[in-house]
Ligand binder design. Structure first.
Ligand SMILES: NC(=O)c1ccc[n+]([C@@H]2O[C@H](COP(=O)([O-])OP(=O)(O)OC[C@H]3O[C@@H](n4cnc5c(N)ncnc54)[C@H](O)[C@@H]3O)[C@@H](O)[C@H]2O)c1
Length: 410
């Protein structure tokens, strides 16, 4: 694991639980993270640089979870040493970086997995399989709206600097963009967007809304308001109790930001390995029900129906009426604080390396999502529609074995 911060800590339980993987080593500049990692996973080794870790001969693959501005550098370092790589979202902060990463994977003959995003959740993958079955006709529109407290949670300086891949568009855009690309086939044609910076104490976009049009004319809208006044879990009673912060917490956090008394670094440490809210210490049940997380509820309109999220799966409205599909049994049983995303990408990555199966979330897929992130930012700045040209389709064969309809009938 390259970078032993908050994202890494929420990924370790899945790696640790999967029989396909052995957690061998981690690297971080911060000695407290290294100590926390070695204490949590006895027998592992902690390095103080990514380069030293990547030189180790007993490591087959590296997960890059350093800040966004280092994704390219650290992925290239790992691939140069012949390691397969999973890189966090966004895969990079420019298309030039993404091109170099795709080229390096080809040159070194290694796998580069991108797209550790909520598109991988079983709820979205099931909706895609139903759409592809043709039962409801073609997908005609996709909508995802999220209200979260993303911007007012503890943030490091790089997370608040757009030049370093900070702000809500770089950090959260990939979840919604990957998801609409998965459901819409992958080939976005154009993007029109606006962003908002509404809190002087957080001088970075904390809001965006975008209208995406696919090559085939299908529209999609995505929206994320991260200012934490309203969080959408309030609408889903089975989720509300899981929220990290209460309404009172959020009001206090915002007022401390405005007053300049907030200790972002100290609070963020609490969510990292060894911290008070260390994700590796929280017991997560395997096969949980649906939660909006930071993605938001997903609604897919089709020619002859609509699909949306429900407590344990999805609801399908069609000419047959209303059917609720319980999808929990389609998830792997291992506990995963990310809600199944880490297990899903790790499973796909392993199959691509060991069984020579296709890697669907490859560099080209991640680059296409990054292109939409960058188009969204440009559209907001220039107040015009931006055409995109580096898009790739998701092959129908992805998830071909996912038997959603069988679960629904059970
Ligand atoms: N897919 C997801 O759901 C998800 C969730 C959380 C974070 N992430 C991603 O993880 C990445 C990191 O985010 P985070 O919230 O964990 O941040 P973080 O600040 O908690 O962790 C980053 C870690 O990298 C270390 N680091 C920084 N520069 C380094 C360097 N040059 N060499 C070695 N170590 C270095 C820091 O010391 C820190 O421990 C981001 O790309 C973010 O998008 C993804």
């Amino acid at each position: 694991m390259a970078g032993l911060g908050q994202g890494a800590a929420s990924t370790f339980p899945a790696i640790d639980a999967m029989p396909e993987y052995a957690l061998v080593a981690g690297a971080d500049l911060n000695p407290a993270m290294r100590a926390g990692f070695e204490a949590t996973y006895p027998g592992t080794r902690a390095y103080d640089t990514i380069a030293a870790m990547c030189a180790a001969p007993d490591i087959d693959a590296v997960w890059v979870a350093t800040p966004n501005r280092f994704h390219c550098e650290h992925a290239l370092e790992a691939m140069r040493h012949g390691k397969h790589v999973i890189v966090e979202k966004p895969m990079a902060i420019s298309l030039d970086e993404a091109d170099r990463m795709v080229e390096a994977a080809q040159r070194h003959g290694v796998r580069l997995a991108c797209g550790h995003t909520r598109s991988l959740s079983i709820w979205n993958r099931a909706m895609r399989r139903i759409a592809l079955s043709g039962d409801l006709g073609a997908v005609t529109a996709i909508h995802i709206w999220a209200y979260t407290d993303w911007l007012i949670r503890p943030r490091t300086a790089d997370e608040l600097d757009p030049e370093q891949g900070g702000g809500i568009v770089f950090r959260q855009g990939p979840h919604q963009i990957d998801t609409v690309r998965l459901l819409g086939g992958g080939l976005v044609r154009s993007v029109r967007a606006q962003t908002g910076r509404w809190l002087a104490a957080r001088p970075v976009p904390g809001y965006y809304t975008a209208f995406l049009e696919f090559e085939n004319g299908t529209p999609a809208t995505i929206m994320h308001n991260g200012y934490g006044y309203f969080v959408m879990s309030e609408l889903y009673p089975w989720v509300a109790a899981d929220e990290r912060f209460s309404d009172a917490d959020r009001a206090r956090m915002r007022s401390e930001l405005v007053a300049g008394t907030r200790d972002d670094d100290g609070e963020k440490e609490e969510w990292r390995i060894g911290g008070r809210r260390d994700p590796t210490k929280i017991r997560h049940a395997g096969r949980p029900g649906w939660k909006p997380f930071d993605l938001g509820p997903v609604e897919v309109s089709c020619e002859r129906g609509v699909m949306r999220n429900a407590e344990n799966g999805i609801v399908v409205y069609s000419d047959r009426g209303r059917e609720e599909l319980d999808l929990r049994d389609l998830q792997r049983p291992e506990a995963d604080p990310s809600g199944g995303l880490s297990l899903a990408i790790l499973e796909e990555f392993y199959a691509s390396i060991v069984d020579d199966r296709p890697l669907y979330h490859d560099g080209a897929w991640g680059r296409a999502t990054l292109e939409v992130v960058l188009a969204l930012i440009t559209s907001a700045r220039e107040r015009r529609e931006i055409m995109v040209s580096r898009q790739v389709a998701m092959p129908d064969s992805y998830d071909a074995g996912l038997s959603v309809l069988k679960v629904g009938a059970a």
